[in-house]
Design a protein around this ligand. Structure first.
Ligand SMILES: *Cc1c(COP(=O)(O)O)cnc(C)c1O
Length: 470
């Protein structure tokens, strides 16, 4: 009989005295290395019990390597870079807008030491963090005043709470949106302590619907941009210029939640049109809310622009303190907004716009360049073709519009078991050191290359992919 291998499994103390583990101890300290040593030794004991322990797993070198791997894995962050080859440019699950280089540099510079977040360098007295971006937001949108919070959901909540808490807000039934599960307009109203008064129908709402609903308890008229769906056919809605007249005739404010809110006219770049905050303000809205990390191309943020009177009420409302932006995204937001002062350079400097305007021919050319190498990596089980594709802007922006794009279409050679083969391929791609996220559909795996500006990090992983599939 062979001796029970558990007897040869070292104790934590003995393991820690071996030269390799001792070096790990010196580098990382006692807490982490000993905790990982316990995990490793437990695994070895279980393997021994199950009869699956390889004899050479207990060599000094093998023990050192296994412990080093455990320590490295424990230190590896959960949040990781990935390659977004889904074809959706502003992908909610992949971190939404990419941050501009200039904004990243500003973030690093500002966070390297103290900064004047709430300090007025001119007077030497206390400052307001909103001042960092307020003038820029006013310049870019034509607003009198602006304030910023954590995200646009917070901006909507705060706006309703500050302007209409304990009173009524009138919204069209065609605009009672739900965005990503938990954010539903009726629920936001009640969270903000306001009473929702629905008017009109799902497909048609008229000016007289709003007029009839206004009463002594009305505090606010509100429009919500139906950013993630489209109602088509026999439809009618009341736009802000008409609604502003109705509201202002009764001394009521009008707010619009834009959601994505692009600061530039996307149609000028050959993209589908999306309303801008500046046109909503010009139409007479008193408050406009929009996101920082959708079409604006910045950090997670909720931007609130509008008339001084309403913005002052919003800024002073106690909930603002709980929803205020942190210095990190605020630094990124300022630097991102500054890019808009040079609109002629935006398609170079702002990643969201650069990716959205990347010509299909350039993407197609990249697909042709990569095809042979990818085909080799996934052979012999899969075949690879260059294909035109339909991408999306994403983040609920322009849900029915498609972006003509291109990439690689990978299909299983054998029709039998094709579904499982595709799942395996998708898993192998996600398991690469720099995980690659594609899209499965029509019995193929699609790698849309619009968001792959530099092919090198992808190409460098193809031999690892080949090994993973072998
Ligand atoms: C996305 C969106 C929001 C929420 O914005 P976040 O920045 O994700 O909090 C609110 N309203 C509309 C219309 C949206 O499209």
């Amino acid at each position: 009989m062979t001796p029970d291998p558990r007897i040869q499994i070292p104790s934590v103390d003995r393991l820690m005295r071996m030269p390799g583990p001792a070096a790990l101890l010196a580098e990382h300290g006692h807490t982490l290395v000993v905790s990982q040593a316990r995990v490793l030794l437990d695994e070895l004991r279980q393997a021994a019990q199950a009869g699956t322990l390889q004899a050479d797993a207990l060599d000094a070198q093998a023990l050192h390597n296994a412990l080093a791997a455990h320590v490295a894995r424990r230190l590896a962050p959960n949040m990781r870079r990935v390659l977004n080859l889904t074809g959706t440019v502003i992908h909610t699950n992949l971190g939404r807008a990419l941050i501009a280089d200039a904004a990243l540099q500003h973030l690093l510079a500002m966070m390297a030491g103290p900064n004047n977040l709430e300090y007025d360098l001119a007077s030497g007295g206390r400052g307001d963090r909103d001042a960092i971006v307020e003038e820029l937001l006013c310049t870019l949108t034509g607003a009198q005043a602006a304030t910023v919070v954590n995200n646009n959901a917070a901006a909507v909540l705060l706006t309703i709470a500050a302007l209409a808490r304990g009173r009524e807000v009138i919204v069209s039934r065609g605009e009672l949106v739900e965005i990503g599960g938990a954010f539903r307009m009726p629920d936001v109203m009640s969270s903000a302590g306001a009473k929702l008064v629905e008017v009109g129908t799902t497909n048609r709402t008229h000016a007289h619907d709003y007029e009839r609903a206004i009463g002594k308890d009305t505090a606010l008229l509100m429009k919500v941009h139906t950013s993630n769906y489209a109602v088509q056919g026999f439809t009618s809605s009341v736009d802000e210029s008409v609604l502003a007249g109705i509201a202002h005739a009764r001394a009521l404010p009008l707010a619009t939640d834009l959601g994505a809110g692009s600061l530039v006219d996307l149609a000028a770049y050959g993209l589908p049109r999306e309303p801008t905050p500046q046109e909503k303000l010009a139409a007479g809205c008193d408050v406009v809310t929009f996101s920082g990390d959708k079409l604006l191309g910045g950090p997670q943020a909720g931007l609130i622009v509008g008339n001084r009177a309403q913005i002052d009420l919003i800024r002073k409302f106690p909930m603002k303190r709980a929803l205020r932006m942190s210095k990190l995204p605020l630094a990124v937001l300022e630097a991102t907004l500054r890019l808009y002062l040079r609109p002629e350079r935006l398609t170079r400097d702002l990643p969201v716009l650069r990716l959205l305007t990347r010509p299909q021919e350039a993407i197609l050319a990249m697909a042709h360049d990569l095809q042979a190498a990818v085909a080799q990596a996934v052979a012999p089980r899969f075949a690879v073709a260059v294909a035109q594709m339909q991408g999306q802007i994403g983040s609920g922006s322009l849900p029915v519009e498609r972006l003509p794009s291109a990439g690689l279409k990978i299909s299983p050679v054998q029709k039998k078991g094709a579904g499982r083969a595709l799942d395996e391929l998708a898993t192998a791609l996600r398991s690469l050191p720099l995980p690659v996220i594609g899209r499965i559909g029509d019995d193929c795996l699609w790698l849309d290359l619009r968001c792959l500006e530099d092919a090198a990090p992808f190409a460098a992983q193809l031999s690892a992919l080949h090994q993973a599939l072998a």
